[in-house]
Write a protein that binds this ligand. Structure first.
Ligand code: 4NP
Length: 152
C-alpha cells in the first residue's frame, strides 16, 4: 500500500485537483486497494473550505468531481503517515522541507518530477484566468498517470 499526500499552498486549487485526478485514475483502473491518498496545504487560509469554484468547474468540464473535498493544513504527523509527499511547486517543497522532522519516513518530491516536459512546477492558478485551471488539469493528468503506473 502506497500512501501519497498531494500538497500546494491553499489546498483549494492544485492539490485537491491532484487528489481528485489520482482518485479517478485508481477508480478507473481498479487500483484503489494499492494506494491511499489525501491532499493538504502549507497555509492555513482555507481550512475546511471546498475547492475553488473555478477549479471545480474546470474539473467538471473534464468529467471529474472534486467538490466533496475539504481543505486542511499539512501537519507534522503527515511526515510519518505518508510514504510520498508531492509538492506542486518549489515554494511548497521548501515549506515542506523546513517542517520535515529529521526522522521522517516520507519522500518529499516535486509533482512534476513525474513528467517529461521539462516544466518543474504546477503553476499557481489562483490569481490567473480560466485557462490556468485547465493547464493545471493537463499537467496533473500526465503526472498522476506516470506516478500511478510507477507504483502499481
Ligand atoms: P493552491 O492555490 O495553492 O493551488 O490551492 C492557491 C489558493 C489560495 C491562495 C493562493 C494559491 N491564496 O492566496 O489564498
Amino acid at each position: 500500500m502506497m500512501k501519497i499526500l498531494f500538497v500546494c499552498l491553499g489546498n483549494i486549487c492544485r492539490s485537491p485537483a491532484a487528489e481528485a485526478t489520482f482518485r479517478q485514475l485508481c477508480q478507473q483502473q481498479g487500483t484503489e486497494q494499492r494506494f491511499t491518498w489525501d491532499s493538504a496545504g502549507t497555509a492555513a487560509y482555507h481550512i475546511g473550505k471546498a475547492p475553488d469554484k473555478r477549479m471545480c468547474a474546470a474539473a467538471k468540464a473534464r468529467g471529474m468531481a472534486m467538490d466533496d473535498l475539504r481543505a486542511r493544513q499539512v501537519k507534522v504527523s503527515d511526515f510519518y503517515e505518508y510514504d510520498m509527499i508531492m509538492a506542486m511547486d518549489k515554494s511548497n517543497m521548501a515549506n515542506l522541507l523546513s517542517m520535515r522532522p529529521v526522522d521522517s519516513s516520507a519522500d518529499v518530491k516535486l509533482m512534476l518530477d513525474y513528467i517529461d516536459s521539462g516544466q518543474a512546477e504546477v503553476p499557481d492558478p489562483y490569481y490567473g484566468d480560466e485557462d490556468g485551471f485547465y493547464e493545471v488539469l493537463d499537467l496533473l493528468d500526465t503526472a498522476c498517470r506516470n506516478l500511478h503506473n510507477k507504483y502499481c
